[in-house]
Design a protein around this ligand. Structure first.
Ligand code: GRF
Length: 203
């Protein structure tokens, strides 16, 4: 795999702090990528307003009531029309259809606020706190059709402290997320890795 300058499609449904962290690195020239499109399935997502303020190409299609395969084919078209070649899920609260995944083979990333495979799905920080683990963290992984399940690119560990509340733990993890996502994109762009089964190995 040779180095390439990815054209990112960032998909979000809410706050968008991971998108903002990536955008800040791209705009500061610290991450050799372009932002091709910021998409939301929630027209009123805060992350989308921020993309608009930053003057980035962006748009929304409400997903409520639309059949998944049809919706995903519309989103795929929008991303392709904007030249996107690396899709970054950043708090995108939808499972992708197989049709979507096959349109961007090994080119869809997600960030999850736990050390997968522990605590997949919703409320990962709460799950970690309730389970009583001493270490949790965040994971950037390639996306397949299943929830939080594709090959892992990078992980960062975060301690769980005795005095932690859901808020303090979530915010300590989020700080790591903001660093890890850009690192993972940069690594993928350099192309010095190979995928062996579930393992993403440096070459
Ligand atoms: C993050 O915790 C991310 O790991 C998870 O959804 C949250 C999105 O936060 N997938 P934000 O919208 O990027 O602030």
């Amino acid at each position: 795999m040779t180095p390439w300058r990815p054209r990112l499609g960032i998909l979000l449904s809410g706050r968008g702090s991971n998108f903002e962290a990536i955008a800040a690195n791209v705009l500061a020239g610290k991450l050799a990528c372009d932002i091709g499109f910021v998409f939301s399935n929630k027209p009123d997502a805060a992350g989308l307003s921020r993309a608009r303020q930053l003057g980035l190409p962006c748009g929304a299609l409400p997903s409520a009531g639309v059949e998944r395969a049809l919706f995903d084919s519309q989103v795929t078209q929008l991303l392709k029309d904007n030249g996107v070649d690396l899709v970054c899920l950043a708090g995108y609260m939808r499972l992708l259809s197989g049709g979507f995944v096959t349109q961007f083979p090994q080119r869809i990333l997600n960030i999850h606020p736990s050390l997968l495979p522990a605590f997949p799905g919703l409320d990962a920080q709460y799950q970690a706190l309730m389970h009583g683990v001493k270490v949790t963290g965040c994971t950037v992984h390639l996306v397949d059709e299943n929830l939080d399940s594709g090959p892992i690119l990078l992980q960062s560990a975060v301690p769980v402290l005795d005095g932690d509340t859901l808020e303090t733990l979530s915010s300590r993890i989020l700080k790591e997320e903001h660093k890890l996502y850009s690192e993972a994109i940069a690594w993928l762009a350099k192309g010095n890795f190979r995928i062996q089964g579930r393992r993403v190995l440096k070459t």
